[in-house]
Every structure is written in C-alpha cells, then in structure tokens.
Write a protein that binds this ligand. Structure first.
Ligand code: TXA
Ligand code: MG
Length: 367
C-alpha cells in the first residue's frame, strides 16, 4: 500500500497570499483524509499529545485494520476521538455530572475518560471491554477532520506497537509508511506524552494512565477524591542502591508482583528504544558525575552512547522531547542511553517517569 502524505500544515505567519494558499491546501488535505476514513481506511492525524492512527470507531473492519497496521495486541482497547460533545451519545448512555464538569474544564485537551459503552461500539474497538475511552483532542486539523468525516475516530498512538509514541509526522512515516492509507502532515505535538486516562466507571474516578492533566487538577474540578490505579505504583521498580564509592550495579529489575493494570495497554513493554537504557537517580551532581563515568566506560567498550539529562525545572520540555530523543538515538545507531530520572513526586514528573521506566525496561540505578 502506498501511504499518501497530505499537507495540512496551517500558517503561522507569512503574506496574506501564502497564508491563503496554505489554508486551502490544508482544507483539501483534511477533505481527502475524511473521505479515506469514511471508506474505512486509515489516516494518521496530529494531536497535542502525540500523533494518532485513525479509523472509523464504529466500523469493526477499520478497527481491525488499526491493530494490524500497528502490530498491536487485540486486547488493548483504542481511544475514540470526538470533536463535539453530542457525539458522545453515539458511544455511551452514561455521562455523569462529574464527567460534564471534567469536559468543561479539560476538553479539548489531554484527558481521556472511560464510560460504559453502548452496543453500537464494536468489541473490536474496545478490545472486548464493556467500556469505551473517549477524548476530544486539542488540535485544529484533527477537530476539522472529525467534523468533516462526521465520524467518531478510533486512534491509538501512530507508532508500531512497542516503539516510542510519535510526536511528528516524520516519526509516523518512519514506523507506518506502506502500512496505512495516509498521514496528515502537521507540526510537532506540543505536550509530547499521551493523555491522562481516567476511569469514570468506578465509584471514585481513577487514573489508569498518568499524563499532562494531573490528579490534583482533576480533584480540584470535581471537588472530590481521585484514585490512582495501584498498579502504577507496584509496577515501579524496587530501589537499587549503590554506595558512593562502589561501582553502581546495573540490573534489570524483575517485574513486581501485584495487581494487573486496569488499562490493558499499561502492561505491555512500551516506548523501547533499540539501545540499552539506564536511568540514574540521585542529586544532580551525582547523576552527572556517574553519567560521565558510565559513558566513558561504555565508549571504551566501543559502544555509541547518548545522554538524556532532563531538568526538574522544566518538566514540560522533558515531556515534549522524551519520545523524539529516544527515536533520535535509534536513528543515530546509539547502543547505550544514560538518562537522568525526573522528580516523580511531581505529577507531571510521575507521568514522564512512567514512560521512561518502560523505555529502560526498569533499569534504574540510584547514585
Ligand atoms: O494522547 C493519547 O491518548 C493518544 C492520542 C493519539 O490521542 N492516544 C493513545 O492511545 O495514547 P493508545 O491506544 O496508544 O493508548 C490508549 C491507552 C491504552 O493504555 C489502553 O489500554 C487504554 O488507553 N484504554 C483504552 N480504552 C480503555 C478502556 N475502555 N478501559 C481501560 N483502558 C483503556
Ligand atoms: Mg500507544
């Protein structure tokens, strides 16, 4: 299959004429993408979090094609994207007051909510679950695509299953060229990590996947408690400590025993670069010293090393660049990645660490 590149880049600046040309081109691209979706085809689309791989959410054949293109396990349900709240009535009959408040506060934006699903939503979209995950993305191109197609669009992240989520159309192209009908080309994703997934089918709203929208923000809006899926904690590694002068021990931490995550996707190995990766945890000074030492050690073994040293002062930058940096390492043939941990007591830091730990296969060293 030939994957079509559809240029939907919207003008930021330029002459009036240039801006009009770009707008017309984007409108034509969105129109063509909408037609492909209506015919049951697959189109990758931009969002503020990461790029998604779209197909008609109510068409079981389109859902099946999404899983095939990504190589995704079929028990891992898809998020359904909408552009108007009234589309929710096609998907669920249970929209609580809590949900309404959260939509007022966070939509369009990086919050996905889980509802009891209607019969019309195929099992192929929800991985056989009786619930459906829905969000309204904050991206003008994709909102226009959803409106123009008139569809609810199922859209997992547009990467091959297991690899880092795509934050640019080029990332999507590298993974899925030849496997999907088209890619809507737009700018880089602003947030860089996927949406917060919040289960509203439980008595107390529960975060199943941490993201940019934090439990504190959710709690403030609903004026009540928010829980975290316990699996988010028990699957975190046991701490591996090393004395100051000892050679830190690097080892793969065994999966901890504990409850299975409630979001099926959270149990899979994810975001993995081709390189071996280690996360260093400790004071900035100690981390930088150890990073340098480790890099030298690996280099004398002939390994190509990359350092991802994030700053707790700018978690937004860490979120925005994490996946693209991991992909850059792959492109450059890096063998060994030394990364610094970010502050997980901060909720956005926690969301970033949730991804980093998976990327590193829970390789963590405390220095
Ligand atoms: O930011 C995002 O959410 C991006 C963009 C494209 O919108 N999408 C995304 O989709 O990250 P995906 O498929 O890569 O991740 C969806 C996550 C998975 O962990 C999945 O298991 C969980 O949401 N999920 C989806 N539906 C669910 C349901 N009904 N119950 C529990 N978890 C669900
Ligand atoms: Mg994904």
């Amino acid at each position: 299959m030939k994957t079509k590149l559809l240029d939907a880049r919207l003008p930021r600046e330029g002459s009036l004429e240039e801006m009009q040309t770009m707008r017309k081109r984007a409108a034509a691209a969105i129109g063509e993408a909408a037609d492909i979706l209506k015919r049951g085809g697959l189109v990758a689309f931009p969002t503020e979090t990461v790029y998604g791989l779209g197909g008609d959410a109510l068409n079981p054949a389109a859902a099946a094609a999404i899983y095939a293109a990504k190589g995704r396990p079929s028990d891992n349900p898809l998020i359904v994207h909408i552009a108007q709240r009234d589309q929710l009535t096609q998907l669920t009959g249970c929209v609580s007051e809590t949900a309404e408040k959260l939509m007022d506060a966070f939509w369009p934006g990086p919050l996905t909510m889980i509802f009891k699903k209607k019969e019309a939503v195929p099992d192929g979209t929800t991985g056989g679950l009786s619930t459906v995950a829905v969000r309204m993305p904050d991206d003008p191109v994709t909102l226009a695509l959803i409106r123009e197609s008139g569809l609810c669009i199922a859209g997992p992240s547009a990467n091959l299953s297991g690899s880092p989520s795509p934050t640019s159309w080029e990332h999507v192209y590298n993974d899925l060229n030849g496997r999907i009908d088209a890619i809507l080309q737009s700018g880089e994703s602003r947030v860089g990590i996927e949406s917060t997934v919040l289960d509203l089918t439980e008595e107390i709203p529960t975060v199943l996947r941490p993201g940019w929208v934090t439990p504190e923000e959710i709690g403030a809006v609903i004026g009540g408690r928010v829980e975290m899926d316990p699996a988010l904690f028990v699957n975190r590694p046991r701490d591996v400590s090393a004395g100051r002068d000892e050679q830190p021990e690097i080892r793969l931490l065994e999966d901890c025993v504990g409850p299975a995550p409630k979001a099926p996707g959270m149990k899979y190995r994810h975001y993995a670069p081709k390189a071996e990766m280690v996360i260093l945890q400790g004071s900035q000074e100690a981390v930088h010293r150890e990073a340098k030492r480790l890099a030298q050690e690996q280099e004398t073994r002939g390994k190509k090393v990359a350092m991802l040293l994030f700053s707790d002062e700018d978690l937004a930058a860490a979120a925005k660049t994490l996946f693209s940096e991991l992909r850059r390492c792959d492109e450059e043939g890096v063998d060994f990645i030394v990364a610094s941990a970010v502050e997980a007591s901060d909720s956005v830091g926690f969301a970033i660490m949730n991804r980093m730990l998976k990327s590193a296969g829970y390789h963590v060293v405390t220095v």
